[in-house]
Design a protein around this ligand. Structure first.
Ligand SMILES: [Zn+2]
Length: 497
């Protein structure tokens, strides 16, 4: 079932979008939020569990101090106020992947609140107000077996893995974001990208969207243009790439407008994002907060971080990303446009690491923005999830600098890296990619090309040096691209000069 969509420009002519973003960050603590179970990703199902995270009777939770520390640092980095005293709360609902029948979360007493993040969108800065950042625990994972979609509908049976149950999460909730107009999809993407960057800089999570250690839920509503009201919102869950965040916002805007334009009304519900088809489908009707019957968690003492500790943690914050960007731009000598494109492609951190690994700034930028961005786009993934690392790019560039590869051959090394064929050197060896530096072989290839193209050779002899391009092309073809074009040109001019 495909929804009718209204063209994006028509949506903007009639409506103002409002957005709310909820981002869950899985912390990289060694143990879970309320018990000592390990948190490693990818372990055998149900091997990282204990009576506490399974919710067995009589089990008593205790708060992970490192998780509180990470929560405070995230709050401070988002310019939030830090609560002097706050409690956990039970959020009551039944779901098979939640063994306690309630999630230990925070409700009206979050650890951090009233902050903001200045998001860079194109040439402008857009301030996103943060309502709160609170601590909670993750649920387990259901696996629906049988059926085509992997979803519960049509499945033969379901399995549940509680390894993830109880892993510390920080949920960061924005205030309603308005005044965006056509930039709404772009702002959503830029916000999540910049937030991810900040989380990485803080070192509190691996921040892998593809593994779910950062998950974004996108709330969206439309109001008739100029009325300043908020429409009914839908919440699209677990959008797991930056590109999808942008697409999901745009899709929901176009779908809402179609429903409203037909005189219908938007149902307050959760929606599922489908990465493959780029659409959302209806999930469950969204509960209001009161349906969860929140109450203060009686088994945990309140969290009351001292002001001294908070100030100490403030001293550990990394450089503000906006300030850092300005510094890097001047260090790298990038133009405003180059810097904007780098940030826009979500490649800033990658370029930075590539330069740190030894590549020249322009070379790092060229590979990530020219080559990797295109490949990510072709395969519909994020540039950071491609499987090519900054160390790889720096290594390949070193081979170019040393004269082992030219750019064309380097691209083939990247093909090999993406195909998992090993290290750059292994790929160069296995695919036979190194530049032929044997002068005898080069010279012979140049002679062949001259003999095969006497007209061109005559032109060069007459001083029309521009004609050399045709001969260089012929030699490169003969050498299967594995020659240094500059050296070939020199040889041609020497022979015909
Ligand atoms: Zn446990």
């Amino acid at each position: 079932m495909t929804d009718t969509l209204v063209p994006f420009d028509d949506v903007l002519a009639a409506y103002d979008p409002a957005m709310g973003l909820e981002v869950h960050v899985e912390l990289n603590t060694a143990s879970k939020m309320f018990c000592g179970c390990p948190t490693e990703f990818g372990a055998e199902p149900n091997t990282q569990v204990c009576p506490t995270c399974l919710g067995l009777p009589g089990a008593m939770p205790a708060v992970n101090a490192r998780a509180v520390e990470s929560a405070i640092r995230i709050g401070l980095a988002l310019n939030c106020r830090i609560a002097e005293w706050c409690r956990f709360a039970r959020k009551n609902y039944f779901y098979p992947d939640m063994p306690k029948n309630f999630q230990t979360s925070q409700y009206d007493e979050p650890i951090a609140f009233d902050g903001y993040m200045d998001v860079e969108v194109g040439e402008e800065t857009f301030r996103v107000e943060i309502e709160r950042a609170h601590m909670e625990e993750d649920t387990g994972k259901s696996l629906h077996v049988g059926g085509a979609t992997g979803r519960i509908h049509g499945a033969d049976y379901s399995l549940v893995d509680y390894n993830r149950a109880g892993i510390p999460l920080i949920e960061i909730v924005t205030k309603p974001i308005t005044g965006m107009g056509e930039r709404a999809p772009e702002i959503a993407k830029a916000y999540v990208a910049q937030l991810r960057e900040l989380i990485v800089a803080l070192g509190v999570s691996d921040a892998r969207m593809d593994q779910g250690s950062i998950r974004a839920d996108v709330n969206l509503s439309l109001a008739p243009k100029g009325t300043g009201t908020l429409g009914t919102r839908t919440e699209t869950k677990n959008v797991n790439s930056l590109r999808s965040v942008e697409r999901a916002v745009k899709y929901e805007m176009q779908r809402h407008a179609a429903v409203l334009g037909d005189g219908g009304s938007i149902l307050q519900e959760t929606r599922h994002w489908h990465e493959d088809t780029g659409i959302t489908t209806s999930g469950r009707e969204k509960s209001d907060a009161e349906d969860y019957r929140y109450f203060p968690e009686p088994d945990l003492v309140p969290v009351a971080p001292s002001r001294e500790w908070v100030e100490e943690l403030r001293g550990t914050l990394p450089e503000n990303p906006t300030v850092k960007r300005a510094r890097l731009q001047s260090e790298w000598g990038f133009s405003d446009l180059e810097m904007r494109d780098t940030v826009g492609a979500g490649a800033l951190g990658l370029v930075e690491e590539t330069i740190a690994a030894g590549a020249a700034p322009q070379a790092a930028r060229k590979w990530w923005l020219g080559e990797m961005a295109r490949r990510a786009n072709d395969s519909g993934t994020d540039i950071a999830s491609l499987g090519v690392t900054p160390a790889h790019v720096a290594h390949v560039q070193r081979l170019v600098d040393e004269g082992t590869l030219n750019d064309k051959l380097a691209r083939q090394v990247f093909d090999g890296l993406l195909a998992g064929e090993g290290t750059p050197e292994e790929i160069v060896a296995a695919r036979g990619l190194a530049i032929v530096s044997d002068e005898g072989a080069l010279s012979a290839a140049v002679d062949t090309a001259i003999a095969a193209n006497p007209d061109v050779a005559d032109k060069i002899r007459e001083g029309k040096v521009a004609a050399a391009g045709a001969l260089i092309g012929a030699v490169m073809k003969e050498m299967r691209g594995q020659a240094d074009a500059g050296r070939v040109r020199e040889l041609i001019l020497e022979k015909l000069g």
